[in-house]
Ligand binder design. Structure first.
Ligand SMILES: [Zn+2]
Length: 271
């Protein structure tokens, strides 16, 4: 929790990052702005407190620009812990995590554009597409989302969405499955689905208890539940959608490259 008091701000956050950045600059002493929770993929439905954000530090940027597959989770979590306040990082939903990383990058660089190369398979055009925060595609949580789910087998499940804390637990289980199962084998997909089950018929369950429950489900209950979960999930889509001149839609994967986190911004002061 934030120990010093953070004053309420009247900062517009409708997507105009330049405007936000100006407001941030005006409040440099405080260094924090209130996050408009409606922008999050979860729309902030699971966060009762206000959340505050600040720009990435030099160390955050350095860590982001040297990401590897092994460090990605740890780096992202520590950056969110550093730049998002008003909440324990373990309580942030995984569906909001990547959105927050892109948001912090764009907040830090005043939404400085990032160009991605695309290649249209329909007309053969090769072009560069300018991307900004508004171009990050988001699947939002359904407004009328109801966490109660009735299984085909008659059980009532309370659905929750996995948090960074759950993700850390899952990684621990994957690393040492023999501590959690008799035969030491773990199905990763089922383990991931297990994170969405908070209670079964009113009783709170651990991730492994939910995992074992899913493993023993009948095929119909499992298939319907899996499909339902896929429908209600939220987060950013891992690609840009680029409309080619020929009207074809080209998908280009989202970039977590060093250039994205350390853009070459022209420094006019030294010219
Ligand atoms: Zn085309």
């Amino acid at each position: 929790m934030q120990s010093r008091k953070i004053e309420e701000t009247q900062i517009p956050q409708g997507g105009d990052m330049a405007q936000i950045a100006m407001a941030v600059a005006a409040q440099q002493q405080k260094n924090m702005i209130t996050l408009n929770k409606d922008l999050l993929p979860s729309k902030g439905k699971y966060y009762s407190n206000d959340l505050y954000v600040k720009k990435l530090s030099t160390i955050d940027i350095k860590n982001l620009s040297t990401l590897t597959g092994d460090t990605i989770d740890g780096v992202m979590n520590s950056i969110i812990a550093h730049c998002v306040q008003g909440i324990n990082v373990n309580d942030i939903l995984v569906g909001d995590k990547y959105w927050l990383v892109f948001y912090l990058r764009n907040l830090t660089y005043n939404d400085y554009p990032f160009y991605v190369k695309y290649n249209c398979k329909e007309c053969g055009k090769v072009g560069m597409f300018k991307t900004q925060m508004k171009d990050i595609n988001v699947n939002y949580i359904q407004d009328d989302f109801n966490p109660t789910y009735k299984m085909d087998n008659g059980d009532t499940i309370e659905i929750g969405f996995p948090t960074i804390g759950n993700e850390i637990s899952v990684n621990q289980i994957k690393r040492e499955p023999e501590k959690y199962t008799v035969d030491g084998a773990i199905d990763e997909q089922i383990l991931n689905i297990a994170c969405y089950i908070k209670t079964i018929n009113g009783s709170r369950v651990s991730i492994m208890k939910a995992y074992n429950y899913i493993c023993e489900l009948d095929a119909l209950s499992f298939t319907n539940f899996g499909n339902y979960m896929a429908d209600i999930d939220f987060g950013i889509k891992p690609y840009f959608e680029i409309q080619c001149d020929c009207s074809n839609k080209v998908l280009v994967p989202l970039s977590l490259t060093p250039e994205y986190f350390m853009p070459k911004i022209t420094n006019t002061a030294n010219k």
